[in-house]
Each structure stands twice: as C-alpha cells, then as structure tokens.
Design a protein around this ligand. Structure first.
Ligand code: FES
Length: 323
C-alpha cells in the first residue's frame, strides 16, 4: 500500500494567475534525481499530519524537479489553502513518487486535449510531451475569463514554436458570452483520434456525452473530485486478510474498508477519500471487489487486480489483499 516517499525542497513558488501558484520542488540532496515525470502523472504532497493532497505535474520528462500548479479553492478542505498560505521557499516536505492514471497514448495519430480551469495542469503536461514528440494535437482551453487562466502565454509560445503540429483554441466564457459547445468543438475528428479532458465535474460529464454523441471511442479523462456515485459500503460486512502484515480485519456493515484498516491501527496511504487520486490503490490477491473508483477502466475493474480501498468494497464475503 505504500509508495516511494521522497524528501523535496521547495525551491520556488510562483504566481501564475490570480489564485494560482506553481510550486517547484527539487531533491533535498542536489546530486540525486526524482523518478521521471510522465505526462498526466500526479504526486501526493504530504502537507501536514493527515493532510495529503494530489496535484498534477506540469513538467514532463524532468527528473531534477517536480512542478505542480495549485488553485486556491474557495471550498478548500485545507489542501490548497495550506499550499497558498503555508508553503515557503526553503521548506522541506515529503512527497510521493508520481502515479499516472491519465496516460497519454503517444502512438495516437492525433490527440485532442480539453481543459477546464485548473484542469489545464495535466493537459499542459500532455501538450508539452506531444510537442516534444512532434505529434499532432489540438488543445481546447476553457476558463471563465482570460485573466484567471494559467499558462496562456506559455501555451501560445509552445504552439507557435511547434510549426503546424499543435493548435489551440481558447474559450473564455466572458468573451464568448456562453459556455463552450463541446459537440461542436470536439466534432470533425477521425475515429482514431484520442481525446483527453480534465476539468470540473459538469465539464467532464458534458465531455463524455459529447464524445458518445460523436461516436468517439478513445476517450480519457481525469477527475479532481468524485462524481455523484457513492462509496461502496457493504451492507453485510466482510473479512479482509492482509497478506503482508499478517492481519485479518473484520469490516463491519456500513464501514469503508479504509476506515476499518485505520481503526485497526494500520497505516494505509490515502488522500482524496473519493476514489480519484489513486493514493490508496491496493493489490487484490483474491475475492471479488465492488469497484466504485473513478480511476480504473472497466477492463481494470473486471481484471480485479487492484482496488481503491477508500471507496470500493467487497462482493464476495472475504478479500485477500497484498497489504
Ligand atoms: S484515497 Fe484517493 S483514491 Fe483512495
């Protein structure tokens, strides 16, 4: 259940747009390197005891620094507020090694990237990666207004430098007078185009239905927060054998598996508690899982090899986990 933990120096904190800062982290020991950043990956920042938050990395290909961009969310449960108000250059914090549940298909003949607001962060990383590979890509970047959108000038420079391989369309609600029409913006693409979207929940829902309406099959997305689907809390209770720790835990009816493990004095990793970040992903040895996360594909759910213990549960009376 535990992933590699790294110590990182806060090397720079930069204003990117109103309410958005980027945080650059470097290895504490200058001669060492981090695991390399993949486009679409995110890391956990261990901000304070009990406060772990995942943020997308915006610098693909780098191993000497990690850069994340964080919007100060008015509805913050503590994470983004802590980043904006407490993190200072020179502090050392713990971070997790990158995880990637939003992988770019680098062999796709063409990619269409759709970002809403701060959802630009993994999408910007993808655009940079596709630029470095000289693969054709089109970015649609939507935000309420231009002034609040991060990386607009960087994106324009990247597109300009790419020759004809990249294109961008900005959609700022205050300039267009209406939210984007995704069927129109995503239309006209070949069937082997790959689509990627990160943004607020309503945009993701509209994106999924637009892709369905357009008959597109290569549709990828990343959520910041869970859709309305509830966590699976088994009504019957079940038994979980933890192979590595040699413990057997009884999960009471109505209790989340993550909470049962925490109550038993175990120390599983977790962050979002909503099945969107992957921090709690745990390998399944046997037993049938009731999957409720928003990360794994239908095929991965059917394969039943891992589960997100914060939201998923058990259908079969007992589970054996590699934990
Ligand atoms: S804690 Fe984020 S997926 Fe479980």
């Amino acid at each position: 259940m535990s992933s590699t933990i790294l110590q990182a120096l806060i090397f720079n904190v930069r204003h990117e747009a109103p309410g958005i800062v980027s945080v650059e982290l470097r290895p504490v020991a200058p001669a060492t390197a981090f695991p390399t950043v993949e486009a679409g990956a995110h890391i956990d920042l261990h901000l304070a005891p009990g406060l772990v938050r995942s943020y997308s990395l915006i610098n693909p290909g780098d191993s000497h620094r990690y850069v994340v961009a964080v919007l100060k969310d008015r509805a913050s449960r503590g994470g983004s507020r802590h980043v904006h108000e407490q993190l200072r250059v020179g502090q050392v914090i713990t971070v997790g090694a990158p995880r990637n549940h939003f992988r770019l298909d680098e062999t796709a003949p063409r990619s269409v990237l759709l970002a809403g607001g701060i959802g630009i962060t993994p999408v910007y990383a993808m655009l940079q990666r596709l630029a470095s590979l000289q693969r054709p890509a089109h970015l649609i970047y939507c935000a309420r207004n231009r002034a609040d959108a991060a990386f607009v000038a960087d994106i324009q420079s990247l597109v300009l430098a790419s020759g004809a391989s990249l294109s961008v369309r900005f959609h700022f609600d205050d300039e267009h007078g209406a939210p984007p029409d995704l069927v129109q913006l995503l239309g006209g693409e070949a069937k082997d185009t790959h689509f990627y979207c990160c943004g607020p929940g309503p945009m993701l829902d509209a994106y999924e239905s637009a892709c369905e309406q357009l008959g597109q099959a290569n549709v990828h997305l990343e959520r910041f927060a869970a859709a309305k689907q509830p966590a699976a809390v088994a009504t019957a209770g079940y038994c979980v054998e933890l192979r590595k720790s040699g413990r057997t835990i009884q999960v009471a009816p109505g209790v989340a598996l993550l909470d049962a493990l925490l109550d038993a004095g175990l120390n599983p990793e977790f962050s979002c508690r909503e099945g969107v970040c992957g921090a709690c992903e745990t390998r399944v040895i046997s037993g049938e899982v009731d999957h409720r996360d928003h990360l794994l594909t239908h095929q991965e759910h059917a394969a039943n090899k891992t589960m997100m213990i914060c939201v998923s549960s058990c259908r079969s009376g007992s589970l054996v986990l590699d934990a």
